[in-house]
Design a protein around this ligand. Sequence first.
Ligand code: AMP
Ligand code: ZN
Length: 480
Amino acid sequence: MSFVFYNTLGRSRQDFQPLEKGKVGFYGCGPTVYNYAHIGNLRAYILHDTLVRALRRGGYEVNHVMNITDVGHLSGDSDHGEDKMVKSAEEKGKSVLEIADYYTKAFFNDTDKMNILRPSVVCKATEHIPQMIEIIRRIEEKGCTYFSGGNLYFDISQFPNYGELALLRLDEQGHTRTGVDENKRNPQDFVLWFTKSKFESRALVWDSPWGRGYPGWHIECSAMSMEHLGEQFDIHAGGIDHIPVHHTNEIAQSETAFGKRPWVKYWLHNEFLILDKGKMSKSTGGFVTLQNLADEGFDPLDYRYFLLGGHYRSQLNFSHESLQGAKSSRKSLMDKIRSLDSGAAGAGAAGGAEIPAGSAAEKRLKAFDAAMQDDLSTPRALAELWGLLKDDSPPAQTLAAVFQMDEVLGLSLESAYNEQKKDCENLDSGFAEEVQKLIDRRAQAKKAKDFAQADGIRLELKERGVILEDRAEGTVWRRV
Ligand code: AMP
Ligand code: ZN
């Protein structure tokens, strides 16, 4: 399958060509684990998951790497403010590692509930400090650093392509930035290694050639992605807020350290989930979590369905009314799927039916795949799913196509279908047991020549839709 992605690098739709045939190296910026994820963050992870699922369905072997930022991310996204992890630990009276551990578990608890597949590799910043130091050392060797006010900075004037991803106009930028660090030569220079902390007692500090301290946030992603995916890889993703600073700085560091361009060929960025016309942010508080939605009676998959209804590059307004709409649509979807009978015996057996070439179901499936290959157009893909359910295809073919679509949508449609089929089978086996008991009682009545009771049992079963047939080998039954 051939994918087309809108690449932020170059701002254009581009055919996807991985570095190695059939394989994809993908890095998605993970959470800073100082608080619960809010539902805006979860939109970013749904993009990662949709991308991975679509590529895998397209036949690619995807190595999906996600970092856990457990040190160094300041409350401002550049070099200002307090360390988010340390601040949260101090507020809650816990150690930084306890905070990180607690919120990492909470994060995966949320993503599991939303049926987001676990990444192939999950890596912690605190476990990659030597790799960060090594990259900083290389950057220093290339003459792109300076030490000022106790911190080691990246000197963007030494990297001619700085700002290429964000289309930054550096001449304009310098005048507009406020609160610029006096120690910087250029406003966009950023810290690679801090030794001067605003906190007296930093829990997490390491020795380095530049003194005891801790890494800047951006170097974490450069180090962890290259550790697990190599010096160049295929796709990098994150929210659009990461374009002008975080991802721009990751590129500057990585390309300087290893001299390979482009460091990453394709950059995908999700637009924001907007709440009450404002951006949702963990650092400013007042955010909505998946648990808040659950408390209001929404299933995490209702929220997944809601997100899939918007294209990842469009802003999405969150409201309880629109989530309610998604909940009702998902319920109709499940009801419709559960009403189909594949004819296959036993739960778990549906979905294996062949989808004949040229059939309506096959056309829908192809259109679905084409929508996903077209820059992950989930709204169009969902429309094909609904179209399939409205077509009059044989149920077994419809189910087989639905389940293939769900490999990408991740709405647990197959398990929902199988669960209800199992319920029916359980009901059925309970019913069969009851019928057999009555047949045995009737046989005993006949033996005792109590024909009135025997006839009564036959009548009772008939009223329950069961016809008896006495054969030489015994009594058998069937439904009317
Ligand atoms: P953070 O944990 O703050 O680094 O954010 C995790 C991910 O969520 C990043 O990729 C952000 O770009 C993304 N993000 C943050 N806020 C929103 C939002 N309101 N809508 C969509 N994505 C967001
Ligand atoms: Zn990152």
